[in-house]
Ligand binder design. Structure first.
Ligand code: DGJ
Length: 703
């Protein structure tokens, strides 16, 4: 980070970008100057701030302020909107200085001219990375006798964009079993908001947005992206003004989720991570992937094991005998981690009862889980269990004992979804209870892995805090969850956790700081997964993307897909097996064993390599994803063609990220090509079997 004291200019430098801001003491503001390809500080310090026309209807600095507040001639989306106890809202900001808080970390301080509120804008460039992190800390600077301040909107950051004639926005949308559908469309003048009002991240969209001038493609052109690391409610408002400005305000909490700040209190927002790349959408994705692996995940350098999960095979009807049978078959395939899903506890015969009573089901596991865990370990696999700690069925002993622990409003009907209610994890007594039974579960049963599920959105949320902060549980629940996860991970450093919320309903850069991988979607159809995975990969790396090979026909879609295609689709992330192995034929078992061994061989490249999306499943008959390992020694390409057509020509796959003057040998066919040929002409698409659902894994090694 570089600072020009004279002009008050701060320049933050990432591996391939820079971000410039300037303190304007007279205006009481921090102005955005530049975000894009690297510049020298001397130039940055001399660049003008592009203020709007000065007239009586304009906010002169609308769109160029780093952290616009509500107050003065400001009419753009505020990052900070508050109410003092006397009902007054407008702030009158004054700059209060810049300080360097550590390597790559600078803090710009502001405060209100005469009211007791101060705010600090934190900027950090994680070491060796190509992203920027921002968050804001809000402090009530008053004395005890002063009244609280109500925070109405308390954004992590405003990310202003440069001036461009047009803007295009990319984001994902969808729903349960249809997550991460990528959409790219013209950004209209006005305010476009992506949001979750559900108390969790959501399946219907995800807290990130990418903007480009309309010409960027997968590997070329400038792209700017902003995300928010939160697992509660959130709002990303993308604004484009008639004057041609664009920017993103990234904020925890949806509208009406207010937070009371008492004298002396500090509120720290979640981190908003942003990236700029001149190498298209793929460049931005790779910047996020590296950031997640090196700075978000606690064990980003570990290889994720091949797991087996019982859900699609045995549903709720798990018992010691059928799980052991599945475990024996899974071990024979080369599976490394066996996970017993829902149904092992309480009176959990279906989804109507049991959540909250976390002791083994008395008929199905009369000896408890330990004998199964021991046998799974003897088979050479890790032992995992499914849990859903934040939920309770009204038909449970826990609910009969603690009906007040759920999110509810006294005079409202508590809406049940999937016959369950949400426990209030913003309450330490509730998370203490969860910690105790989870600790016992892990210790007593030598549990190596938890699949941590969450199967409904919030409704009637918010009495516990009461008063004006009644709804803050929409953000505080997730913070309580993070503390609990951290407590468990501190006490059990070898425990690994998979985040799940009915599939991909809680995947974000916040939860990934406290877990190890994510269950991507309840939709395990290998063809549908190609588009889900394409959207998922825009921000999240393959090392967290859990994907299972399940049975054919697929239980959700009824589609019949050959085993190899199912494998090639699932190999794009953390491979798992989720089919009913009791019914797999000897030929299927043999083929699966071979494909799992193949996956293990190429796993370091897929899980830790750089990822290049060679084609888009929404636009091309062939989906191809390439992974390049360390030093470009090995590369893998997964190719899938779900449906065929006469005369459909597959152009060669132009590979990326290879050394041009090196030679690469196909590890299966022996064919050899130079890096230059593979990039320039491309890798001829292999002879795929005829018909629909053709697929291949190609492995190339440098010779
Ligand atoms: C939803 C998850 O996404 C599934 O994989 C499974 O664990 C079920 N819940 C169990 O109830």
């Amino acid at each position: 980070m570089e600072i020009d004291e004279t002009s008050g200019t701060v320049l933050l430098r990432t591996a391939a970008s820079c971000y410039v801001l300037r303190l304007d003491t007279a205006a009481g503001s921090v102005h955005h100057v530049y975000w894009g390809a690297p510049l020298p500080l001397t130039d940055a310090a001399a660049l003008p701030v592009w203020a709007d026309h000065d007239n009586s209807f304009a906010g002169r600095y609308d769109g160029v302020e780093e952290y616009p507040v509500d107050g003065g001639a400001r009419f753009a989306v505020p990052a900070l909107d508050i109410r003092f106890d006397d009902g007054s809202s407008p702030l009158e900001p004054q700059t209060a200085g810049i300080r360097v808080a550590g390597e790559g970390h600078v803090v710009v301080s502001l405060r209100d001219r005469n009211r007791p509120l101060a705010w600090e804008l934190h900027y950090r460039v994680p070491a060796h990375g190509d992203v920027l992190e921002r968050w804001t800390e809000l402090v009530h600077t008053g004395e005890n006798r002063q009244e609280p301040v109500l925070l109405l909107r308390y954004a992590s950051a405003h990310w202003p964009m440069p001036l461009r004639p047009r803007w295009r926005m990319s984001s994902v949308n969808g729903g349960w079993s249809a997550e991460h559908r990528l959409e790219r469309s013209e950004l209209p003048v006005g305010e476009t908001t992506l949001s979750s009002r559900r108390g969790h991240t959501g399946h219907h969209t995800n807290p990130w947005v990418m903007l480009d001038g309309g010409q960027a493609d997968e590997e070329h052109g400038e792209v700017w992206a902003a995300t928010l690391a939160t697992s509660g409610s959130w709002r990303l408002t993308v604004q484009r003004t008639a004057a041609g400005r664009a920017g993103v305000v990234a904020s925890e909490g949806h509208e009406g989720v207010e937070i009371t700040l008492a004298p002396g209190q500090r509120y720290v927002t979640p981190i908003s991570v942003a990236a700029y790349s001149a190498d298209g959408f793929g460049g931005v994705s790779r910047a996020f992937h590296a950031h997640v692996r090196h700075h978000v995940l606690s064990h980003g350098d570990e290889l994720r094991p091949v797991l087996y999960n019982s859900w699609e095979a045995t549903s709720f009807a798990v018992d010691e005998e059928n799980q052991l049978e599945l475990a024996r078959r899974a071990a024979a395939l080369g599976v490394e981690l066996f996970v017993v899903d829902d149904g092992w506890f309480g009176a959990r015969d279906d989804d109507r009862a049991g959540l909250g009573d976390w002791t083994p089901h008395s008929q199905r596991f009369p000896r408890g889980l330990r004998p199964l865990a021991d046998q799974v370990h003897q088979l050479g696999m890790g032992f995992g269990v499914w849990v859903e700690p934040e939920m309770v069925n009204p038909d449970s002993d826990l609910y009969r004992k603690h009906p007040d622990w759920v999110l509810h409003l006294p005079d409202r009907t508590a809406t049940e979804l999937r016959h369950q209610l949400v426990l209030d994890f913003s309450r330490p007594d509730v998370t203490d209870w969860a910690y105790e039974w989870l600790r016992e579960l892990v210790v007593d049963n030598t549990v190596d892995f938890l699949k941590w599920d969450f199967n409904r959105s919030f409704t009637e949320a918010g009495v516990h805090a009461g008063g004006s902060s009644a709804r803050k549980v929409y953000v505080e629940h997730a913070r309580g969850l993070y503390l609990l996860l951290d407590r468990l991970r501190t006490d059990f450093p070898d425990l690994r956790i998979e985040t799940c919320a009915g599939g991909g309903g809680r995947v974000d850069l916040g939860i990934l700081r406290h877990t190890d991988q994510a269950w991507t979607s309840d939709n395990t159809d290998a063809v549908d997964r190609l588009t889900i995975q394409h959207g998922f990969s825009q921000v999240y790396p393959s090392t967290v993307m859990s994907a299972w090979v399940t049975d054919s026909p697929n239980p959700l879609t009824g589609r019949r897909v050959p085993l190899a295609f199912r494998f090639h689709s699932a190999m794009a992330g953390v491979l798992g097996i989720g089919g009913d192995l009791a019914h797999w034929t000897p030929q299927e078992m043999e083929e699966a064993t071979r494909l799992i061994a193949l996956y293990k061989d190429i796993r370091p490249v897929i899980q830790h390599g750089r990822q290049y999306r060679l084609s888009d499943p929404n636009q091309s008959p062939v989906t191809a994803v390439q992974y390049v390992g360390a030093d470009a020694e090995r590369t893998a390409v997964l190719v899938s063609r779900p449906s065929t057509a006469f005369g459909c020509i597959h152009p060669p796959l132009r590979l990326r990220g290879l050394v041009h003057d090196a030679r690469y040998r196909d590890e299966d066919s022996g064919a050899e090509w130079s890096g230059a040929t593979l990039a320039g002409f491309g890798l001829p698409v292999p002879e795929l079997p005829g018909g629909d659902y053709a697929s291949a894994l190609i492995r190339l090694r440098r010779v």
